[in-house]
Design a protein around this ligand. Structure first.
Ligand SMILES: Nc1nc2c(ncn2[C@@H]2O[C@H](COP(=O)(O)OP(=O)(O)OP(=O)(O)O)[C@@H](O)[C@H]2O)c(=O)[nH]1
Ligand SMILES: [Mg+2]
Length: 271
C-alpha cells in the first residue's frame, strides 16, 4: 500500500497539511512545551495510508516522538517520505537538518534505500523568502538543494508560502491552491520499499551534536558566500560564479548569464 509519512520539527505544519489532503481531522495548532501531535495518527483514504508523526526536535518529548516515528515506519509499505521544515530569517535551520539526518540514518541502518528518495517541503515561507529561494536567476533552488546535500541527495524540493489565515489557528484549513501544490508534489515523489515490521531506532540523543555540526557547516557556507559577495562588489565575480557552477544545473545557466550586479544582488538577499 502507498504510505505517505510526514516528519518534521514541531509546528512546521504537518497535521494541517494532512487534514487538508485527507479531509480527516489531524489535530493541529498551538501548544506550549510539547508539540501538538503527541502520537502517531494514521488514516487510510482511497487506498493510501497517511501518517502524521509528532514533531521530533521537541526538548521534552523527543524520545516519545522517535518511538512514534518508528511506529509509522513499522507499518511499512510503498513509502513516500516527506520532511516538512520551516526557515528562520530566510535560512534553513541546523536543527531541521539534524532531524532529517537522524531519520534517514535510522532507515539506512535497516537497509531501506532512502538515498535520493526522500523529499523536503519548505513550509510557511514569507512571500519574500519564497521569491528569493525560487529565483532561477540566482539559482535559489540549486543552492538550497546543495545545502541539503550535506544530509544526502534529496528527491523533490518544494516551497510553500505561509498562509496568514492559518497563523496561530487551531485545526485551520489550507486553501485549495496550497493543496494542489502538495498533491502534485506527492504524486511526483519517489517511493521507497519498507517491509512491514521494519524496526528502526531513531537516535534522538545524537540530535544536539548533529545540530552543532550542521550549524558549523552552514556558517562556513555563509562565510564563503559573503567572501564571494565582497569580491563581486569590487568587480571580481569569479568566486560568485564558482559557487553557482558548483551547484550547477539548468537554472544555473540563467545565473551564469546574469549581469554581475544582478547576480550579486540576488546572492546578497539569499545569504
Ligand atoms: N501562517 C501559517 N501557519 C500555518 C501554516 N500551516 C500551519 N500553520 C499553523 O501552524 C501551527 C502548527 O501547525 P500544525 O499543523 O499543528 O503543525 P505540526 O507540524 O503538526 O506540529 P506538531 O504536531 O507539534 O509537530 C498551527 O497554528 C497552524 O494553523 C501555514 O502555511 N501558514
Ligand atoms: Mg502535528
Amino acid at each position: 500500500m502507498e504510505h505517505i509519512i510526514l516528519i518534521g520539527d514541531p509546528g512546521t505544519g504537518k497535521s494541517t497539511l494532512l487534514t487538508g489532503l485527507t479531509g480527516k481531522p489531524f489535530a493541529s495548532g498551538m501548544s506550549t512545551g510539547t508539540g501538538k501531535t503527541t502520537q502517531l495518527q494514521t488514516e487510510v483514504v482511497n487506498g493510501v495510508r497517511y501518517s502524521d508523526t509528532p514533531g521530533l526536535d521537541d526538548a521534552v518529548t523527543k524520545k516519545r516522538a522517535a518511538e512514534e516515528i518508528a511506529a509509522a515506519v513499522r507499518l511499512g509499505g510503498t513509502v513516500k517520505l516527506l520532511f516538512v521544515v520551516t526557515l528562520e530569517a530566510a535560512r534553513i535551520r541546523a536543527g531541521n537538518m539534524a532531524t532529517i539526518r537522524t531519520v534517514v540514518d535510522a532507515l539506512k541502518e535497516r537497509e531501506v534505500r532512502v538515498t535520493g528518495k526522500f523529499s523536503v517541503l519548505i513550509n510557511k515561507m514569507t512571500p519574500r523568502e519564497k521569491a528569493m529561494w525560487t529565483d532561477a536567476a540566482t539559482s535559489g533552488p540549486d543552492l538550497m538543494r546543495d545545502i541539503l546535500n550535506d544530509i544526502g541527495p534529496v528527491d523533490r524540493l518544494a516551497f510553500m508560502e505561509r498562509v496568514y489565515a492559518l497563523e496561530d489557528a487551531d485545526n485551520g484549513k489550507l486553501p485549495a491552491q496550497q493543496l494542489t501544490v502538495v498533491r502534485s508534489l506527492l504524486t511526483a515523489m519517489q517511493t521507497m520499499d519498507v517491509p512491514s515490521g521494519t524496526s528502526v531506532e531513531v537516535k534522538v540523543d545524537k540530535i544536539g551534536e548533529l545540530t552543532a555540526a550542521f550549524e558549523a557547516e552552514l556558517k562556513q557556507t555563509k562565510a564563503a558566500h559573503e567572501a564571494a559577495l565582497a569580491a563581486a562588489k569590487k568587480g571580481d565575480t569569479t568566486l560568485l560564479h564558482e559557487i553557482v557552477r558548483g551547484v550547477s544545473n539548468v537554472a544555473s545557466v540563467v545565473a551564469l548569464a546574469s549581469p554581475a550586479a544582478q547576480l550579486a544582488r540576488g546572492f546578497r538577499s539569499l545569504f
